[in-house]
Design a protein around this ligand. Sequence first.
Ligand code: GLC
Ligand code: GLC
Length: 859
Amino acid sequence: MIPIVISFKIWYNKTNAVHNPALTLFKGEISMKFGYFDDARKEYVINSPKTPYPWINYLGNQGFFSLISNTAGGYCFYKDARLRRITRYRYNNVPIDMGGRYFYINDNGTIWNPGWSPVKTELDSYECRHGMGYTVITGKKNGLKAEVTFFVPQNYDGEVQQVVLTNESNEAKSFSIFSIAEWCLWDAQDDCTNFQRNFSTGRVEIEGSTIYHVTEYRDRRNHYAFYTVNDTIDGYDTDRDSFLGTIYNGWDNPETVKADKPSNSFADGWSPVASHYKKVTLAPGESKTLIYILGYAENPQDKKFASEKPANLLTRETWVLNKEKAYAMIEKYNTPEKVAAGLEELRNTWDSLLSIFNVHTPDDKVDRMVNIWNQYQCMVTFNLSRSASYFESGIGRGMGFRDSNQDILGFVHQIPERARERLIDIASTQLSDGGCYHQYQPLTKKGNADIGGDFSDDPLWMILSVASYIKETGDWGILDADVPFDDDPNGKHTMLEHLDVSFYHIVNNLGPHGLPLAMRADWNDCINLSCFSDTPGESFQTYTNPKFAAEGGYSKIAESAFVAALFTYTGPAYVGILKHIGKAAEADKAQAEIDKMKKNVMDSAFDGDWFIRAYDANGEKMGSKECEEGKIFIEPQGFAVMSEIGKDQGADIKTLNSIDKYLNCEFGLVLNNPAFTKYYIQYGEISTYPGGYKENAGIFTHNNAWIICAEAYAGRGDKAFEYYSKIAPAFTEETSDIHKTEPYVYGQMIGGKDAKNFGQGKNSWLTGTAAWNMVAISQYILGVKPDFDGLSIDPSIPAAWDGFTAVRKFRGATYNITIKNPNHVNKGVKSLTLDGKAIEGCVVPVCDGGVHEVEVVLG
Ligand code: GLC
Ligand code: GLC
């Protein structure tokens, strides 16, 4: 096993701070950080550009999105990361983070970037502040300071970049600043494959200080992009090769910048770019602000073209773009005052979003996760599903059915109306028998036929997300909302019917032991029990092995104990809904199915000390003591414990202890143990990974949350918190050199104990981990959980805590919650008062507005 911190000697040289990550002394050893949390400003401050991986942020919330790294790498798009890509990104690039929106400064021959890259001139100081929807990068060199604020204002389809240049030296300074953005030719997939056409299509227009990207606009597109600056310019470039000077130069070495002379190039095919050149002179102490805007606009079909050609317009076309929308957008943020107001509006939006749930606990790492970063990540995952990150290309999958449903669990309290709309979108892709398209496209909102369906867990997440929406809002009306089925688009159907068919899709598809059929995969996309693939290129998830073709594409023997446990965990929410709307008989019927499933699990899926994972297509157990490898899996355990399957026989505690014994390690809980060391053709993709990575015994942080919930549920608050703090990003900050990815957001996985890179994070940002860990900490550990009839408060915390306070806005009222833990227990509500009056049990009733004091004493 690799020790948690590397103990080697490095001298921390203050004068060279930019190039040595900050070293922090920690329990007598040396650990590595690359920044710090500034909680008051809700920012993570990075003080070395050389983070172990690009540490990124997301700008934009609705239409226009940007990814921006700590050195200003990244790209932007409008709504769909594949079909409306605005700036170019090079996949699998070397170096990894090359290309973005850059500013170059030529200060009498010294060329540098405020964010260090791409020129990588040593800076006198560097700082990147990633905040809520904005990023500020500041660099200083030879007495000149450049502070660049990047943000996408609310309800605005563009990225505003405010550059403040300050002469901090004692002498006047004359220098020049170049901007650069490289356009993507709209369809990101086509842009990186179809060169024979694309190298001949690029078109631009230039008017004053604004460069317009109009490739394909005349013919079949009605959208364009622009890059502008709020001042006169002294030159420009719109052709990449001219900007770089020769095809042998990279972004780190543009000829025009070196020569301090733009080439005033006009792109004609090849790769259009947008670069502004500006000469600046500043007296000592003087500042100058330049505001650049990178925007996107669409025109109606009949208003695509302007009737006149302005005298100063540079174009090779016989037609003229109608620029009215761009003019209005430019007008909106063309002064520092307007930018300040836009930033203020963004800040206020986030302050209000984050004021809905707020805690003060004895641990500031918990507070910054709950109050700031975990909620922020939940918004990003809700917006983007799994489409565009530094690990997701944005040209692959659309919105996942299971993914988007789970994202709602962490997001719903922030903007319930958007959650409602999303639920209806997702449900509309469902089939009338309860089956689901596994993915859908955000632009068309249609199910994705290439991937198809038959993922056994998908329908159940729909029940969970709709229930969580109702619990948050009390909006029972959603059950009556018109929601079609994909195979009956004009039929009249309600959301309730979607829940019915979701529930019964499981019941109607059981295998020989009465457990749900595993189908193509369940939550674990890499357990493919019907695939038996021996040919390269076959998709483990969608390939139909001929031996199962006649059965409809997948084995009718292979069963998933995970889906069984998810069913018994989710089913009660469905029953609760039926009861609430007076469907007692339906509720009883559903409850009987849940009880039967629990019995089936105990009869054939409890292995003595834990629950098995599955029965494979040969009818053999997977995830059992009988197996040679992969004897225990994490996924079914948490939901089985929370469903109280076999609780009367002690199955819950035995299971939790087995997890601690076999899956727990220094950096979290591994997915399975022992890791697979051979290819098990009957299991599918899972055993193709080297041990310790991804689904083969990686620390999959998403399902760690299920165990955190289960430990808390079982009353073992210390264990729950131990597991929580192993994976929560703020807690990994001290070992950033090992963890590599951002210490402010979760990644999908961390290298497990069998991996060479034990403890190394991967696939940061877009993961169901965000939502589930938000649920785990807020609803299970801190125990503040919306329920159908009120706000349940039942914490399961570390015994050492004296208590904590929380503010929760819920259904129009504000609850100031104080938890006291005088006897230092983990769990157990001894008394609860609402505005001084005692309440039986632990559910605070819904109040009619106002501010209310809730006091809970544990003991
Ligand atoms: C209903 C019925 C059930 C049926 C299901 C799916 O709730 O009670 O028997 O299988 O819907 O149509
Ligand atoms: C990925 C997928 C998710 C799946 C998980 C386990 O995170 O996005 O849908 O459940 O992997 O395979």
